[in-house]
Design a protein around this ligand. Structure first.
Ligand code: ATP
Length: 230
């Protein structure tokens, strides 16, 4: 049965690291579709400026519009607040039935802390995990799969067919083309008015520029009230 890829993230903003991950994992695991699922309010809000849920969704739609294999599912945004991946996967599993292989796409850095996720051991009853080796993950470079929670080790396989042969339960790493792009670095760059071209598709670059996304709060205040700017 054809497998479906599910790709959760904050996508603040989406970038070529995400798009390349989705493309390479789709080919490696024969995924008919990859569904991008932007997360509700990120709980790890840092000090830098962030885009709204609607803006993150718009950027994802702009970035994926030209690829028939990609879809965007906004259920976590509609739910509001923080969403648990467990709830999302349980919903999708119920919709798709028990037999369809579901493959959750994730980077090594995120999978390393999966044991902090709600009901994490039950996630493997709902989906497989295809883990892309992230080019900028120094932790992985030093320790390899040793960075993953020990309980997940028996689920590791080297055979991609294992992910088509069962609906859920396996974990496989995949060495994607290393692209050391991160949303954090892009937000920092945008805050200093640096160019984001060639880090994400042009329509996303233009959207960020037109909305002045990720501008530091001080700049926004000055723009709103030029009389006080120095
Ligand atoms: P931030 O810098 O804000 O943490 P991010 O660039 O890591 O953002 P997320 O939306 O948090 O982007 O990532 C979603 C998923 O994509 C995660 O599983 C993450 O590991 C993976 N990912 C993000 N960037 C890359 C990349 N350059 N290469 C491989 N995987 C990536």
């Amino acid at each position: 049965m054809a497998a479906t890829g599910l790709f959760g993230g904050t996508f603040d903003p989406v970038h070529f690291g995400h798009l390349r991950l989705a493309t390479e994992l789709a080919e490696a695991f024969h995924l008919e579709k990859v569904i991008f699922i932007p997360a509700g309010l990120p709980y790890h809000r840092g000090r830098d400026a962030h885009a709204t849920s609607e803006e993150r969704l718009t950027m994802l739609k702009l970035a994926t519009a030209r690829d028939a294999r990609f879809d965007v599912d906004d259920r976590e945004l509609r739910r509001g607040g923080n969403s648990y991946t467990y709830d999302t996967l349980a919903e999708i599993r119920a919709e798709r039935g028990p037999g369809e292989p579901l493959v959750f796409l994730i980077g090594t850095d995120s999978f390393a802390t999966i044991d902090t996720w709600h009901r994490w051991t039950e996630l493997f009853d709902l989906a497989h995990f295809a883990v892309a080796v992230r080019g900028d993950d120094q932790n992985w470079l030093a320790k390899g799969p040793g960075i993953f929670p020990r309980e997940a080790w028996p689920r590791l396989t080297l055979n991609p067919r294992d992910l088509q042969a069962a609906p859920a339960g396996k974990v496989m790493t995949f060495a994607m083309t290393p692209l050391a792009i991160s949303s954090t670095a892009m937000r920092a760059l945008a805050a200093e008015a640096g160019s984001l071209r060639y880090l994400t598709p042009d329509p996303v670059v233009e959207f960020i520029r037109s909305r002045n996304l990720y501008a530091p709060a001080r700049d926004l205040r000055e723009a709103a009230n030029p009389a006080t700017s120095r």
